[in-house]
Design a protein around this ligand. Structure first.
Ligand SMILES: [Zn+2]
Length: 136
């Protein structure tokens, strides 16, 4: 636990949040600044700064909770049946991580031009084959 961390405080019920699902190692809460109805965050109960630092045991609990929340959002049809979902985890401030406690966004997609919009500005220095060669 990190005492100054908002998500650790939510896990310990020291700060309030709308909790929509929970298991032994993870918690699902509504995002306080939703980009679509039902925008939910999956957070670990243990403090990990970002997705790259999560231990194997916590991963076992994160993935089922993602599926559970997706199924709840499909069944609830809030405000209608989502046509899809974006599952996003931002890592580090440069990539828009605002709270340094790992969280995965589940963002229901109801209409193509609403909610989460994928934009990118590619500036590539390597070909795909060069990248693949370096990553092997
Ligand atoms: Zn924390």
């Amino acid at each position: 636990m990190n005492e100054k961390c908002l998500f650790c405080q939510i896990v310990n019920r020291e700060e309030s949040a709308f909790i929509v699902a929970e298991n032994a190692k993870a918690l699902a809460i509504l995002d306080a600044f939703p980009v679509s109805d039902g925008h939910t965050l999956i957070i670990t109960k243990e403090h990990f700064p970002n997705i790259a630092t999560v231990d194997a045991k916590s991963w076992e609990y994160l993935l089922p909770l993602i599926q559970e929340v997706i199924n709840k959002l499909k069944n609830t049809k809030l405000p209608m049946l989502p046509q899809g979902f974006n599952i996003v985890s931002n890592m580090n401030e440069i990539a828009y991580q605002s709270i340094p406690h790992v969280h995965l966004h589940i963002i229901p997609k109801y209409e193509k031009n609403h909610g989460f919009i994928w934009t990118s500005q590619p500036q590539l220095k390597y070909s795909l084959s060069a990248v693949a060669q370096k990553l092997k």
